[in-house]
Design a protein around this ligand. Structure first.
Ligand code: PHE
Length: 431
């Protein structure tokens, strides 16, 4: 299936038994959606950059998505048996090289090169996953980090001043019952309680400052006193918006931060995980050759927020070059997507004995290779285990739907047959 060399962009890579990047994916490298000023993903990234740059952040873009296993996992302290390292979850170019699974792969080079105490990096990231409306094997993250010198005799004072410099938005309501650190979410051994607390506060207030700018309820831009009073909401001063966006903090875990948290936003009646973050672990600064540092890092996935804020119903749309999509958006503006008439969808089931134990993500990859963006959803609809033969049969329902036209039965059958042939070649026994 793979030629001896894999070409990505203008570079050639040696392949081996780890190689699992199909051409459907390599073709997406270099699309650089986040660099097209009027693309929703770029609009969000830019909003965040504009908000943080005045606080001492440099914005990076355009790092090569091909990174080493060391950059993506080892340098950040991922344990050897971390599931993220597996071939079923990650696109490997060869055993030492992969398509980055997160922007954190660049933490060390950014720490080393950033001319300011803070930096932001926006980039495309790659993960093998299921196929549905909210999952695509390539998505985008914006990562930020902020560093201080731990040798600074004025460190506490500096942390206090920097914290005071972060504006406090008045359109959010924050729920945070967590201690600055705990037994289950411990601080770094070489940091004092107060330093950890101040770094954590700085991180939280910075993220709240970002989220408050993106997730504005319609009425939170209207701040007329009369309207607030009429609604019976307290605090109806001219500067207090009527409806605040609810935000909450929960504890989290990442191998390279501790303590770690997640920020969630209550949006359209659901808690949305916006971003993982935490106090950077000493080992990362050691690996960066800057042991006398303390600070924080966060990583925001852009697609989920963009889908909600722009009301984009299907993640495939971000990749559409149809002007009906691309011409809708304007640099700097979060506007509501106007859906054009949806073309009909139809599904076909495929049932097989999974004799060769194909991983679900391998099945997805085959579907994606032939179905490309014509597949809206792949769903496991049935699993049957025969205790006598000890064999397992699975049935996947593939839903076909094009963003641009009505698919003919013939087009769908051609794709379906290619999928069947390829799964058969991989050891599946079609029922
Ligand atoms: N890289 C993490 C993710 O992809 C997010 C993160 C970034 C968490 C930085 C902590 C610090 O989920």
């Amino acid at each position: 299936r793979f030629k001896s060399d894999l070409v990505i962009g203008s570079k050639k890579y040696i392949t081996d038994e780890w190689t699992n990047v199909p051409t459907a994916i390599t073709k997406l490298v270099g699309r650089n959606l986040y660099k097209q000023p009027s693309h929703p993903l770029a609009i969000l990234a830019k909003r965040i950059e504009k908000r943080l740059e005045p606080l001492g952040f440099t914005s990076y873009k355009g790092f090569d998505p091909v990174v080493s296993v060391h950059q993506n996992f080892d340098s950040l302290g991922f344990p050897d048996d971390h599931p993220g390292r597996s071939k079923s979850d990650t696109y490997y170019i060869n055993k030492d090289t992969l398509l980055r699974t997160h922007t954190s792969a660049h933490e060390i080079e950014c720490f080393q090169t950033s001319p300011t105490p803070g930096y932001l990096i926006t980039a495309d990231v790659y993960r093998r996953d299921t196929i549905d409306r909210t999952h695509y094997p390539v998505f985008h993250q914006i990562e930020g980090a902020r560093t201080w010198s731990s040798k600074d005799p004025q460190l506490i004072k500096r942390l206090q001043d920097d914290l005071a410099a972060i504006p406090r938005p008045n359109n959010i309501e924050v729920e945070d019952n967590l201690p600055p650190f705990s037994e289950t979410n411990p601080k770094q051994d070489n940091q004092s309680d107060e330093v950890t607390r101040l770094i954590g506060e700085n991180l939280k207030r910075t993220l709240e400052f970002i989220v408050a700018d993106l997730f504005k309820t319609p009425s939170s831009t209207v701040d007329k006193m009369g309207k607030d009073k009429a609604k019976g909401i307290s605090g109806g001063s001219p500067s207090e918006p009527a409806e605040k966006t609810k935000i909450r903090w929960v504890e989290a875990y990442f191998p390279w931060t501790s303590p770690s948290w997640e920020i969630e936003v209550f949006w359209k009646n659901e808690w949305l995980e916006v971003c993982g973050c935490g106090v950077v672990r000493q080992q990362v600064y050691d690996n960066s050759g800057m042991p006398d540092s303390v600070g924080w890092a966060f990583g925001i996935g852009l697609e989920r927020s963009a889908m909600l804020l722009f009301k984009i119903p299907d993640i495939r749309l971000f990749w559409s070059s149809n002007p009906k999509f691309t011409d809708q958006f304007k640099e700097g503006e979060i506007s509501e997507f106007q859906d054009w008439s949806k073309f009909p969808s139809s599904y076909k089931d495929i049932a097989f004995w999974n004799d060769s134990n194909l991983h679900e993500n391998d099945v997805m990859e085959v579907v994606r290779t032939f179905g490309k963006d014509l597949v809206e959803n792949v769903q496991l609809v049935d699993t049957y285990h025969n205790p006598k033969s000890k064999k397992t049969s699975v049935c996947y329902r593939i839903t076909y739907q094009s963003m641009d036209k009505t698919l003919t039965n013939e087009e769908i059958s051609t794709i379906q047959n290619q999928i069947i042939d390829t799964l058969t070649a991989k050891g599946a026994v079609i029922r």
